[in-house]
Ligand binder design. Structure first.
Ligand code: NAD
Ligand code: UD1
Length: 337
C-alpha cells in the first residue's frame, strides 16, 4: 500500500516508517520538522535500504496537504503529526487546539476531497484520565486533565463522527501507553528538545552525563514501592501495531479502537534499577514531591488488539532499556541539530 505518514520524521513516526518499508509498503512522509530532523528519514533509508518520499509541509496549510495528495496516489494515512507536551499544552492551550485540531481537520478535508478515507490515528492512554480500574480496557470511561489530552479525545470523537456521516471512512484509533526504546541499530530514537519531561529520556541523559540526577516524582503512591507505575512499550512493537492495524482499513470495518501496551506495569524505581543494570552504573536520583496531574498506576489490557489484528508487544523491559541506551550513548546530542 502507498501510505502517507504525517509526522513521519518524529520519534514514533520514523520507527513506523522502518516497519512499513520493511514489510513492502510505499511511504510518503509529510512533516513540518517542528519537532524532528530530516536526518531521521535519511537513517530510516539507511536501515531499510529503501527509499521514501518526503514533503516538508505543514498540516496548518491546507494547500500544502493538497499538493501531496495531487502528487501521490495515497491509499491510507497514518496520522502522527501533532504537539505532545502536556505541560506546554497547559501553558499554551491555543497552540495545541490549533495545531492538533485544525491540522487534523485540514488533513481530513483533503483526504475526503481525494476520496482517501482510511486513517490510523495516534491517540494516547491520556484519554482515560484517572483510571478507576486497571488494567484499562478500551471501553473504560474517558476524561482528560490537560489540553493535550483534550485534543486527543476531541479528535477521536471527530473521526468517529466522520464515519457516522459517511460509512466509507475506516478509522483505527490507537491509544499508546508509554513508548520507550529505539530501533536496534541505535541510529534512530527519541530526540527531545531541551530538558526532557518524560522519564526514560531523562534517565538516559543522566546516564550519559548530560543531567546530574533524576527526580523521582513521589514515593507515596498506592503502588508496591510508592512510585508511579506505567506500561512501558518498545517503540518498535508500537510501530508494528500500526502495520498490523492496516488490516482494519477495509470497507465496512468502521471505527476500531485499540490499546497498544504490554499489559505489564513497572514503577519509576523499577525503571531506575533496570537502566542501572544495562548501563553498568548507578543512576543517581532524589525523591521529591508528586508531579501535579500524575496518576498512581496506568497499564493496559491489550487483548483486543491481539484478538482483532493479531498484534502483541514482544520486547521485554531489558531490551527496551538496552535499545534506549544504545541510541542515547551513540548519539548523546540526538540528531545533533
Ligand atoms: P514527535 O514530536 O516526535 O512526532 C510528531 C511529529 O509531528 C514531529 O516530527 C513534528 O515535526 C510533526 N508535526 C507537528 N505538528 C505538525 C504540523 N502542523 N504539520 C506537520 N508536521 C507536524 O512525537 P511522537 O512521540 O513521535 O508522537 C507521535 C504521535 O503520537 C503524536 O500525535 C503524539 O501525541 C502521540 N503519542 C505519543 C506518545 C509518546 O509518548 N511519545 C504517547 C501517546 C501518544
Ligand atoms: C506523560 C503524559 C501523557 C503522554 C506521555 C507520553 C502526563 C500527566 N502524561 O505520561 O499524556 O502521553 O507522557 O508523552 O504528563 N517521572 C519521574 N521523574 C521524571 C519524569 C517522570 O519520576 O523526571 C515519573 C512520573 O511521575 C510517572 C512516570 O515517571 O510516574 C512516567 O512519566 P512520563 O514518562 O512523563 O510519562 P506519563 O506521565 O505516564
Amino acid at each position: 500500500m502507498k501510505i502517507l505518514v504525517t509526522g513521519g520524521a518524529g520519534y514514533i513516526g520514523s520507527h513506523t516508517c522502518v516497519e512499513l518499508l520493511n514489510q513492502g509498503h510505499e511511504v510518503v512522509v509529510l512533516d513540518n520538522l517542528s519537532n524532528a530532523s530530516e536526518i531521521a528519514l535519511e537513517r530510516v533509508k539507511e536501515i531499510t535500504g529503501k527509499d521514501l518520499t518526503f514533503y516538508k509541509k505543514d498540516l496548518l496549510n491546507i494547500e500544502d496537504i493538497n499538493d501531496v495528495f495531487e502528487n501521490e496516489t495515497i491509499e491510507a494515512v497514518i496520522h502522527f503529526a501533532g504537539l505532545k507536551a502536556v505541560g506546554e499544552s497547559v501553558a499554551h492551550p491555543l497552540w495545541y487546539y490549533e495545531n492538533n485540531i485544525t491540522g487534523t481537520l485540514n488533513l481530513c478535508k483533503v483526504m475526503a476531497k481525494h476520496d482517501v478515507k482510511n486513517i490510523i490515528f495516534s491517540s494516547s492512554a491520556t484519554v482515560y484520565g484517572t483510571p478507576e480500574v486497571v488494567p484499562i480496557v478500551e471501553d473504560s470511561p474517558l476524561s482528560t486533565t490537560n489540553p493535550y489530552g483534550s485534543t486527543k479525545l476531541m479528535l477521536e470523537q471527530i473521526l468517529q463522527d466522520l464515519h457516522v456521516a459517511d460509512e466509507a471512512w475506516n478509522v483505527v484509533i490507537l491509544r499508546y501507553f508509554n513508548p520507550i526504546g529505539a530501533h536496534h541499530s541505535g541510529i534512530i530514537g527519541e530526540d527531545p528538545k531541551g530538558i526532557p519531561n518524560n522519564l526514560i529520556p531523562y534517565i538516559t541523559q543522566v546516564a550519559v552525563g548530560k543531567l546530574d540526577e533524576l527526580t523521582v516524582f513521589g514515593d507515596d503512591y498506592d503502588t508496591p514501592d510508592g512510585s508511579g507505575v506505567r506500561d512501558y512499550i518498545h517503540v518498535v512493537d508500537l510501530a508494528q501495531g500500526h502495520v498490523d492495524a492496516l488490516k482494519r482499513l477495509n470497507p465496512n470495518d468502521g471505527v476500531s479502537i485499540y490499546n497498544l501496551g504490554t499489559g505489564q506495569g513497572y514503577s519509576v524505581l523499577d525503571m531506575v534499577e533496570a537502566f542501572s543494570e544495562v548501563v553498568g552504573k548507578e543512576i543517581p536520583y532524589v525523591i521529591k514531591e508528586r508531579r501535579p496531574g500524575d496518576i498512581a498506576t496506568c497499564y493496559a489490557q491489550a487483548d483486543k488488539a491481539k484478538r482483532e489484528i493479531g498484534w502483541e508487544a514482544k520486547k521485554d523491559l531489558k531490551t527496551m532499556c538496552e535499545d534506549s541506551w544504545r541510541w542515547q550513548s551513540n548519539n548523546p546530542n540526538g540528531y545533533g541539530e
